[in-house]
Design a protein around this ligand. Structure first.
Ligand code: ATP
Length: 444
C-alpha cells in the first residue's frame, strides 16, 4: 500500500483530455457512435449518469429541500403552441445565422471571433447576410403533418412554470415571495453545437422562478446572484475559475431588466454556466393577455392585485456537470509516480467509496461483500477485485471516488479496515462498524 502526501498541481485540462477520460471511464459517449456519431448529442454512461444525477440532486437540495419558500414542478416538454407565441419564442428566439459563400459552412454570427473571417476556410468578407434562425425544434402532434398540428419541443423549462403559476400557488396556498423550481430536458436547434457537452441540441436545465413584489425584485436579484455563485463554490469549484459578468444593455433578452452570467473559465476561455435574470412581470403579463386568464396575484393584507416580478436563476445541468468534471481534473505525483486524480466534491462523486479486498481469497471477499451490502443501502459504491491494489487506486482516483476501503488479513483479526483518502492518499484504520458514520460525516 502507498503512503505519502500527493502534491496538487494546477495543470488545466484540455478539452481533448477531458473528452478522452469521459469516454474511457464511462462518463460520456458520443450519441450514435457506432453510426459515425452526431455532434450535437451525447449519452451519459454509468459514471456520467451518477455525476449528472448528483449535480441535479445538489441543486434540488439547495433550491427546494432546504427552503420553505420554494416548491418543485415537472411540466411537460410538449406544450400548446400558444405558450411560445405568448412568451415571444416563436417570433424572437433566434440566433443570427451566416453562411460562408466559399465553404458553405454556417455559423452563429454573434459567436464568431472575427465576424469577417470564416473560421473554417479563412475566407474574408464572404458571408451571406445574417438571417434570424429560430432555435425551436418543430414537430407535429397526430398523424397529419400540417401547420395546424405544429408543436415545439420546449427550448427552456421556465415557461412550464409560468403557465402553472396559478395551479401551483392555489394548490399549495403560497404567498409572495415564493419560488417554483424545475429540472428537465430542453431542446435548441443550435447553429453551432460544440465544445463537447458544453453546447448540445438536447440538454438539461435547472431553472427556478422566484416570484416577489415588484419593489423587492432588485434586492432578490442581488440575493440570487450571490446565492448561485456560492452554490458552485460550496461544491468545490475553484474560486479563480468562476466569475460574475453583468450583461451589457444591448445583450439583455427581450424580457429582462437585468441579467448577470455566472461564468466558468473553460479550456477555451470564459463562458456561461448560468444566467440570473430579473424577468420583471413580462411572462405573467403575456400569458394573461394571450390566455385571457388573469394571472395577477391578490395580496390579502394590502388588498391590491398586481403582477409579481420574477427573478430567474437558469442553469444548465449538463453544462454544470461538465464544468465540475473539468475543474476536478488534476495530474499530480504520488511517491514520484504520476497519477490522474479527479477531485470531485464527495457529494458529487459518482461512487462514494470503493471496497477493495487485498486478495481474492474467499476469507477476504466475504467480509468485503458483507460490508458492501450494508453500505449500498446508503451510498453508491463499487467493489473491485481486479488487478493490483495500486492499479485499483489509480482507477478510483481517475473516476473521483473520495475513499477506498481496503479489507486485508488484519481485518479478520481486528474487524477494522483501512480508509484511503483520494486527495492526500493518507490512510486511516477504522473499525468496520464505524465506516458508515465516517462516510456520512464526510458527505455532510
Ligand atoms: P447561450 O448564449 O450560450 O446560447 P443562453 O444565454 O441562451 O445561452 P439561457 O437561455 O440563459 O442560455 O439558458 C440557461 C442555461 O441553460 C445556460 O446558462 C446553460 O447553462 C444552459 N444551456 C443553454 N443552452 C444550452 C445548450 N445548447 N447546451 C447545453 N446547455 C445549455
Amino acid at each position: 500500500m502507498e503512503r505519502g502526501l500527493a502534491l496538487p498541481t494546477s495543470m488545466p485540462a484540455s478539452l481533448d483530455t477531458i473528452a478522452a477520460l469521459a469516454k474511457q471511464r464511462g462518463f460520456v459517449f458520443q450519441s450514435s457512435e457506432i453510426y459515425g456519431g452526431i455532434r450535437s448529442a451525447y449519452d451519459y454512461g454509468p459514471l456520467g449518469v451518477l455525476l449528472l444525477r448528483n449535480v441535479k440532486d445538489e441543486w434540488w437540495r439547495a433550491m427546494v429541500q432546504e427552503r420553505d419558500d420554494i416548491v418543485g414542478l415537472d411540466s411537460a416538454i410538449l406544450q400548446a403552441r400558444k405558450v411560445w407565441q405568448a412568451s415571444g419564442h416563436e417570433s424572437v428566439f433566434t440566433d443570427p445565422l451566416v453562411e460562408c459563400r466559399n465553404c458553405n459552412q454556417r455559423f452563429r454570427l454573434d459567436k464568431l471571433d472575427d465576424p469577417s473571417v470564416c473560421p473554417n476556410c479563412g475566407a474574408r468578407d464572404n458571408f451571406t447576410e445574417a438571417r434570424a434562425f429560430n432555435l425551436m425544434f418543430r414537430t407535429h402532434t397526430g398523424p397529419v403533418e400540417d401547420e395546424s398540428n405544429l408543436i415545439y419541443l420546449r427550448p427552456e423549462t421556465a415557461q412550464g412554470i409560468f403557465i402553472n403559476f396559478d395551479n401551483v400557488r392555489r394548490s399549495n396556498r403560497l404567498k409572495l415571495p415564493f419560488g417554483v423550481a424545475q429540472i428537465g430536458k430542453s431542446f435548441r436547434n443550435e447553429i453551432t453545437p460544440g465544445q463537447f457537452v458544453f453546447r448540445t441540441r438536447e440538454f438539461e436545465q435547472m431553472e427556478m422562478e422566484y416570484f416577489c413584489r415588484p419593489e423587492d425584485a432588485p434586492a432578490q436579484f442581488d440575493y440570487w446572484v450571490d446565492s448561485r455563485h456560492r452554490w458552485y463554490l460550496d461544491l468545490g469549484m475553484t474560486p479563480e475559475n468562476l466569475r460574475i459578468r453583468p450583461h451589457e444593455a444591448d445583450e439583455l433578452s427581450h424580457y429582462s431588466a437585468a441579467t448577470v452570467d455566472v461564468e466558468y473559465n473553460f479550456p477555451w476561455g470564459w463562458d456561461e454556466l448560468e444566467g440570473i435574470a430579473n424577468r420583471t412581470d413580462f411572462d405573467l403579463r403575456q400569458h394573461t393577455e394571450h390566455s385571457g386568464i388573469d394571472l395577477r396575484y391578490f395580496d390579502e393584507d394590502s388588498k391590491d392585485r398586481f403582477f409579481p416580478y420574477v427573478i430567474e436563476p437558469a442553469a444548465g445541468a449538463t453544462r454544470a456537470t461538465f464544468a465540475f468534471l473539468i475543474d476536478a481534473y488534476h495530474e499530480d505525483k504520488v511517491k514520484g509516480e504520476a497519477r490522474t486524480v479527479v477531485r470531485l466534491h464527495p457529494r458529487l462523486a459518482p461512487y462514494k467509496l470503493a471496497i477493495l479486498p487485498l486478495s481474492k481469497k474467499a476469507e477476504l471477499i466475504e467480509p468485503a461483500q458483507k460490508l458492501a451490502t450494508e453500505l449500498r443501502r446508503h451510498f453508491m459504491l463499487e467493489v473491485d477485485l481486479t488487478q493490483s491494489i495500486g492499479k485499483r487506486y489509480r482507477r478510483q482516483d481517475e473516476i473521483g471516488t473520495p475513499f477506498c476501503v481496503t479489507v486485508d488479513f488484519e481485518t479478520l483479526e481486528d474487524q477494522a479496515v483501512t480508509i484511503r483518502h483520494r486527495d492526500s492518499t493518507e490512510q486511516d484504520r477504522v473499525a468496520m462498524t464505524r465506516v458508515l458514520d465516517f462516510l456520512s460525516g464526510a458527505l455532510l
